[in-house]
Write a protein that binds this ligand. Structure first.
Ligand SMILES: [Zn+2]
Length: 156
C-alpha cells in the first residue's frame, strides 16, 4: 500500500540488494559502426542539409533532425582536439596506472571520438598532435570500441 509521506524525515531506509542484469545494445547506427570498426574503418554520416559529418554514424542529424545514412568513412588519421589524464575509474576506484584520454577528430569528420591515447613518450600529448588508430589484430576484434587500444602519435 502507498503511504503518503509529507515530511522527508519520515522516509524509511530499507537496505538490501536488487539483482539486475542488463545488456547494452548499440542500436541500428551503433551496430553498423562497430561492424565497420572490425574491418578497421570508421563509419560516418554526412548531413546534406547542414554539411556536418558525424563519426560515429548517426540515424538523424542533431542540428536539423534530418534523417541520415551511414554513407561514408572518415580517418583513419586524426587530430587531437583535447585530452585529460584520469586517476580514478568510472566506479570511483583509484587506477593502478593513470589513463590519458583524448578527443580525436578524424580526417573528414566534424565530431570527435573519445579514446585512450597510447604510445606518447615524454613530454606527452599536445593539442593538435596528428594521431592514428592502434587496432588490435583482426582476429582479436569483437565489434566494440575496445577493438582499438587507442590512438597513437604519428611521428613526422
Ligand atoms: Zn542536419
Amino acid at each position: 500500500m502507498f503511504e503518503k509521506i509529507s515530511d522527508p524525515k519520515d522516509v524509511r531506509l530499507v537496505e538490501g540488494h536488487i539483482p539486475l542484469e542488463h545488456r547494452y545494445t548499440p542500436g541500428v547506427a551503433g551496430e553498423a559502426f562497430f561492424a565497420s570498426l572490425m574491418k578497421g574503418e570508421f563509419l560516418a554520416s554526412r548531413c546534406e542539409r547542414c554539411g556536418v559529418v558525424y563519426c560515429p554514424n548517426r540515424i538523424f542529424c542533431e542540428r536539423c533532425l534530418g534523417e541520415l545514412d551511414a554513407d561514408m568513412t572518415v580517418g583513419p588519421r586524426g587530430r587531437l582536439e583535447s585530452f585529460t589524464v584520469v586517476y580514478v575509474g568510472v566506479e570511483g576506484e583509484p587506477l593502478d596506472e593513470p589513463r590519458t584520454l583524448g578527443l580525436i577528430r578524424l580526417e573528414g569528420a566534424d565530431t570527435v571520438l573519445l579514446h585512450d591515447l597510447v604510445g606518447f613518450d615524454d613530454p606527452g600529448p599536445e593539442i593538435g598532435d596528428e594521431v592514428e588508430p592502434d587496432f588490435h589484430p583482426r582476429n582479436r576484434r569483437t565489434g566494440s570500441m575496445l577493438d582499438l587500444r587507442g590512438f597513437r602519435p604519428i611521428h613526422p
